[in-house]
Ligand binder design. Structure first.
Ligand SMILES: [Zn+2]
Length: 321
């Protein structure tokens, strides 16, 4: 196997937006709902057997090969070394009988001639630095995943992903296993986008989230979901015109009363606590944004968009997937 280093970096942009101009009052649909059981459990709440915390690393590594599904890296990681947990020879140290090393089972020659290579030095291989320590370590999970993404990219991924996986391991059975497993990860992790339906022109997922919330909280100034005019202060459009966003109004254009501010806190907290099963994409409240994808960072402060409404002091905004 040969060299040539290709790096394609894709930036993940999170679009967000909101500025209510039209209010619709809580729909009577909420009456007579069956309750939480109507929400599909587990759609994004944890993948089958996938260790916590790895998903973001897969995504980051996959982003170096624009268009590569992170699930392919996850499937290879699982099949090669049970996510690095295998105690077989060559996973955590040394090499196996075939000369493969590390969680992604690179041949040392493919890696660059040594298990640990200073990045920036001259070498002929796929050694990569995924954890930013300046070294390409074949036993390091991040380094190995970045190298695997580079390898797959060099061999035709994402366009010819079957050929790329075949290049990784010359067996069509292997290719079929990897891609089948990748699909189960994708099916488990992805909530497919929905189209708006019904008189209120919101998606079923948004309707469910809204109505479950309305079973628990009385919204003093109404709820606004679909609106055609969905421009955002500073440019762009939000998801209200797609039927995937709602605003829960705690006042109108003025700072809410202390009681209603506390209510807004409780609403935002409820969406956070139920984000996985509801398919919440992000929540905005009091000029701060929170998303499950970056939950580790907590609430992130947003730039000043001007007024009370544009800065989300008078309403909680939620967007669902
Ligand atoms: Zn909004």
């Amino acid at each position: 196997m040969r060299t040539v280093l290709i790096l394609a970096v894709a930036l993940l942009l999170l679009p967000f937006a909101c500025a209510p101009t039209m209010l619709a009052l809580a729909s009577p649909l909420m009456l007579g709902l069956a309750g939480d059981s109507i929400v599909k459990e587990g759609a994004v709440a944890g993948l089958p057997g996938l260790p916590q915390g790895l998903e973001r690393l897969y995504q980051t590594a996959a982003n170096t090969c624009a268009g590569l599904d992170w699930t392919v890296l996850a499937a290879i990681h699982k099949i090669e070394s049970d996510f690095g947990r295998s105690n077989l020879p060559g996973v955590k140290a040394g090499t196996n009988h075939a000369g493969a090393a590390g969680p992604m089972q690179f041949l040392i020659s493919t890696w660059g001639g040594s298990a640990r290579i200073k990045i920036g030095s001259r070498f002929n291989g796929y050694a990569s630095d995924g954890d930013g320590d300046g070294w390409g370590d074949v036993y390091n999970t991040a380094d190995a995943l970045f190298a695997a993404a580079k390898y797959l990219c060099r061999h035709g991924a994402p366009r010819a992903v079957r050929q790329a996986v075949y290049a990784y391991n010359h067996s069509w059975d292997y290719v079929d296993s990897v891609l089948a497993l990748a699909k189960t990860y994708a099916d488990a992790s992805e909530l497919r986008p929905e189209q708006p339906r019904g008189d209120d022109r919101v998606t079923p997922r948004m309707r469910t989230a809204r109505d479950l919330l309305l079973q628990r909280f009385r919204i003093p100034f109404g709820v606004g979901c679909y609106r055609q005019n969905d421009s955002v202060a500073g440019g762009g459009r939000g998801e209200h015109h797609l039927g995937r966003a709602c605003d829960f109004m705690l006042s109108r254009g003025t700072k809410p009363s202390p009681g209603n501010q506390a209510l807004g806190d409780a609403i935002a907290a409820w969406f956070q606590a139920n984000a996985a099963r509801l398919g919440v994409s992000y929540v905005i409240w009091k000029q701060r944004i929170w998303s499950p994808a970056r939950a580790g960072e907590g609430w992130r402060t947003m730039s000043d968009r001007g007024g009370v409404t544009d800065n989300h002091f008078d309403h909680v905004h939620v967007t669902v997937l």
